[in-house]
Design a protein around this ligand. Sequence first.
Ligand SMILES: Cc1cc2nc3c(=O)[nH]c(=O)nc-3n(C[C@H](O)[C@H](O)[C@H](O)COP(=O)(O)OP(=O)(O)OC[C@H]3O[C@@H](n4cnc5c(N)ncnc54)[C@H](O)[C@@H]3O)c2cc1C
Length: 413
Amino acid sequence: MVGTGDRVDNNGRMADSTGPIVIVGASLAGGAAAVALREGGFDGEITLFGTETHRPYERPPLSKGLLLGDAEEPDWVGDEGFFDTAVTWKPGTTVTAIDPERKVVRVGDDSYPYQKLIIATGSTPRRLDLPGAELDGVLTLRTLDDALALRERFAAGGPVAVIGAGWIGCEAAAAARKHDAAVTMIAPEDQPLVRVLGDQIGAVFGGLHREHGVDLRLGASVQGFEGDGTVSGVKLGDGTVVPAQTVVLGVGAAPNIALAEAAGLELTDGGIAVDPTLRTSEFDIYAVGDVAAHDHPRYRRRVRVEHWANAKDQGAHVARNVLGAEAPYQASPYFFTDQYDLGCEYRGLADPEHDQLVIRGDLAGREFIAFWLRDGAVAAAMNVNDWDHGDALGALVDSGRQVTEDELINGTL
Ligand SMILES: Cc1cc2nc3c(=O)[nH]c(=O)nc-3n(C[C@H](O)[C@H](O)[C@H](O)COP(=O)(O)OP(=O)(O)OC[C@H]3O[C@@H](n4cnc5c(N)ncnc54)[C@H](O)[C@@H]3O)c2cc1C
């Protein structure tokens, strides 16, 4: 039997070797950790708490296949039956406190002991503190139930206003257009996705949405929402009212750090501070996924990544560390998006304001690779409608090797 490792912690305590292991948050990171613990041979008790009632699932299809109407289910984490049989999964159960001294988590008055604890509480979509923001029809998109409710509204027609031009806003707008709803996208920036991709690539996405009939109101602020019980419009800073029967708030997500904060864990950069091995300031507590502000060995700074691959891979990685591997998590961030007929993958971590942008291929035709160069190396690369070079781009980013602009544009990848 593989246990949680006999080690002396930083207070000189010997860690018990057989569990139990508690995981708070039954989504991608928490679910992946449970699966990997069993795959790693741990046969002690694993208890997985999740506020949601669905078994762990992956969120990317919510704003793509599911919202478009091409899929009926998200992608599930683990094999069918795993969470019912291989672990103690407690759906619809919110952990209310963590007590690191007694090594228990609490659900109301009930206490559950842990030997090792993994926090995978993810994030919650931000709402806007504006007049009318609580009207019916002003919605966020995070859960399977959110996606199903939005899809029904999109299919019913009626104008849709999307607030925010980030990933969720862009994908929601594309899905609403597929349902033939009139869509207005409202954001303060000059282009969609500008903070991640910069102006030039952001403009590619701006053009894409315009071509598909989205009314882009960029450089615009929102003053509030109008309606009588149910939303009927969005009031902009210039006084214009954009009609809307459905409003999608795509204005970012806040990491769920309250439990960790109340337990006295160190927080930083908006998340729970974890060392390179994903351990928090408490020896027996780890944090992974959206909520973890990771001391990343590659970047030598805190990195908090709100993407699918990070949650999945950190979940699996932390399981190995809980079982004694003590290995740093080194993977470069990765994400993907699909909007209309544009699909892309992004690897690395660019600073679009300062890095040099190099384009290979056809920007206007939306079939290209974007590189962000920093100090002669590729900090990040994005392949757009190009499915031949993904692995090579990942290797290039990870290598940190010196490259020239000419090599990137004309060389063999
Ligand atoms: C609509 C949508 C589309 C996305 N598309 C992409 C994409 O295309 N590509 C990409 O790379 N990324 C995408 N992402 C981001 C990606 O899904 C997230 O980064 C990932 O889900 C994070 O996983 P997580 O397990 O860390 O957190 P979450 O998925 O947020 O899960 C945390 C879970 O913990 C539960 N929880 C919180 N507090 C408690 C508590 N106290 N007790 C019990 N349970 C608790 C929550 O209810 C939730 O189920 C998308 C996200 C969304 C919402």
